[in-house]
Ligand binder design. Structure first.
Ligand SMILES: Cc1cc2nc3c(=O)[nH]c(=O)nc-3n(C[C@H](O)[C@H](O)[C@H](O)COP(=O)(O)OP(=O)(O)OC[C@H]3O[C@@H](n4cnc5c(N)ncnc54)[C@H](O)[C@@H]3O)c2cc1C
Length: 489
């Protein structure tokens, strides 16, 4: 009897081990597949054909729809929108774009990549690094996608030179709400669509293919931490580096109004050591403790992936035990799945704002008084050109070529104040912008003081005249908040 039990136990253990091995092998195969480049193994015509078949299916679904109800997109990677309890996207009919995940080609000579929108920056960097190239502006969370970075927003430590990821794009393929496929460049007949796609949050069409530039990379990044005691010195240092172009990367952490760290990075070929920050120690804390650091280039890009300034769990012991299982992707996925558990009345504050650098001191003094919440992530952002999606009124008041993107992660709201609304009102007063990834309380009138209604409506009439994707105000300020108002035209 004992022998039979031993045999059965042995068989069960070896079956489990074999199953685990198969699962591991399958996961590795999927990973390799996601990072492979179509034209490395297939002819350009085959790759074009495979992509066209996917686009054809999505276009057909849109063309054949009878319902007038709004739709949302279903993509494979998690959405990097702050999860909201009553977001209408959880209930909408879906346009399935989850197979638009291929890196179609990399031209290492011209330094140009063509990819479908669902490609994550994590997979993209793995593929481009084989050619010692990287995308320009790599948002710091592993599973942000190229399509999401253009349709939503993207800011990181190369933004002081290049602006956003969309500023490095050369061409978009866009599927309109009626299933028409448009090729959009800055100079062709669809140039207004090209200009307006950024920050349109999927309300002007489905982005189906992107062509964008790459830059040479080296294997490591050396980061040095410059420490400043006041905002004016901090901003002067940022302007100095931007002017001299003496660094490849620049961002920072405002630990408090009198402790501001500027992290300046340079590509290097060799490193005496290389750190990564995926487990116990949150990267942002090291900016206050160290004077310099070396990271492998991909580990530099994902240094904030466990949470920029609010990793969860927080304590070192909990991070040691569970930290490896809780990156930003897992937390956002849990937020999506359990969205009905999230607070409706007083959601935590996670948001980022653009402030003209010349207003940084005024803004931070106000912020320290009203919010009293630090640290903040700070990313200098160059005004590379005046975007068509922002109103002329807003640009007329800016008076600066440099912005600071300042991000708050996970502040609890106090008393009976709506801190989101407080921030929106202050930004309207000083000429800043809050990105739309979070809770938005703008009135429609205030909203269009910053965003450009005329330009938006012109493109909307071309790509989505029946408002199938909702308009920008309704989607980002009403539908995500659980309220719905249909706006036409
Ligand atoms: C907690 C948190 C941390 C963040 N940290 C960073 C950071 O470190 N650096 C940074 O740059 N940004 C950061 N962001 C912002 C993030 O880059 C943007 O929210 C970005 O838009 C997310 O892209 P995504 O791939 O997750 O797309 P999603 O969030 O899924 O999509 C963004 C919007 O674009 C639409 N969309 C997506 N794909 C398409 C498509 N193919 N065609 C048309 N519309 C589409 C969606 O409907 C949605 O409205 C952060 C956001 C959050 C919530």
């Amino acid at each position: 009897m004992r022998k039979i039990t031993r045999l059965a136990l042995g068989a069960a253990v070896s079956a489990a081990a074999t199953a685990a091995l198969f699962a591991w092998e399958a996961a590795a195969r999927r990973r390799r597949g996601r990072r492979s480049v179509c034209t490395d193994t297939r002819s350009p015509a085959d790759c074009a054909g495979m992509h066209a078949a996917k686009v054809g299916r999505i276009a057909r679904q849109l063309r054949d729809r009878k319902s007038k109800a709004p739709v949302s997109l279903r993509k494979r990677a998690v959405a990097h929108q702050v999860p909201k309890p009553h977001d209408q996207r959880y209930r909408d009919e879906k346009i399935d774009i989850s197979d638009l995940n291929a890196i179609l080609s990399i031209d290492p000579v011209q330094r140009i990549c063509v990819a479908e929108p669902g490609v994550t920056f994590f997979d993209l960097v793995a593929a481009t690094m084989r050619h010692r190239l990287v995308p320009i502006v790599v948002p710091e969370l592993k599973t942000i996608t190229v399509g999401g970075a253009v349709s939503g927003c993207s800011i990181e430590s190369m933004s002081f030179q290049y602006g956003g990821f969309h500023d490095t794009c050369l061409e978009y393929e866009v599927i309109t709400a009626k299933g028409e496929v448009l090729v959009c460049t800055p100079d062709n007949e669809n140039k207004h669509v090209f200009e307006m796609i950024h920050g349109s949050f999927g309300t002007l069409g489905v982005l189906a293919k992107l062509t964008f530039r790459l830059v040479p990379a080296r294997p490591y990044v050396r980061v040095q931490y410059e420490k400043y005691g006041d905002v004016d010195a901090y901003v002067a240092a940022i302007r100095g580096h931007a002017l001299r172009k003496d660094v490849d990367f620049m961002d920072g952490i405002v630990h408090s109004p009198s402790e501001l760290v500027l992290s300046v990075g340079r590509f290097v070929d060799e490193a005496p050591y290389a750190h990564s920050y995926y487990w116990v120690k949150p990267y942002y804390e090291t900016t206050r403790e160290r004077s310099e650091d070396y990271l492998k280039t991909p580990d530099y890009f994902w240094r904030y992936d466990i949470g920029v300034t609010n990793p969860t769990p927080r304590s070192p012991v909990a991070r040691f035990l569970f930290g490896k299982f809780f990156g930003s992707t897992q937390l956002l996925r849990a937020g999506e799945k359990l969205h009905w558990l999230l607070s409706t009345k007083k959601p935590d504050i996670t948001l980022d704002v653009f402030v003209p650098a010349r207003k940084a001191r005024e803004f931070l003094e106000w912020y320290a008084r009203e919010f009293r919440y630090f640290p903040l992530w700070c990313v200098p952002y160059k005004r590379v050109r005046d975007y068509e999606w922002i109103s002329k009124r807003w640009y007329d008041a800016v008076g600066d070529d440099l912005f600071l993107d300042l991000a708050i992660y996970g502040m609890s709201q106090r008393a009976d104040r709506n801190y989101y609304k407080l921030m929106e009102d202050e930004l309207l007063a000083i000429g800043g912008i809050k990105t739309l990834i979070s809770h938005n309380y703008y009135s429609e009138e205030d909203f269009w003081k910053t965003w450009n209604k005329e330009n938006y409506q012109r493109v909307k009439a071309r790509t989505d005249p029946d408002n199938v994707f909702r308009d920008l105000y309704t989607k980002t300020c009403r539908a995500t908040m659980g309220a719905e108002v249909r706006h036409h035209g």
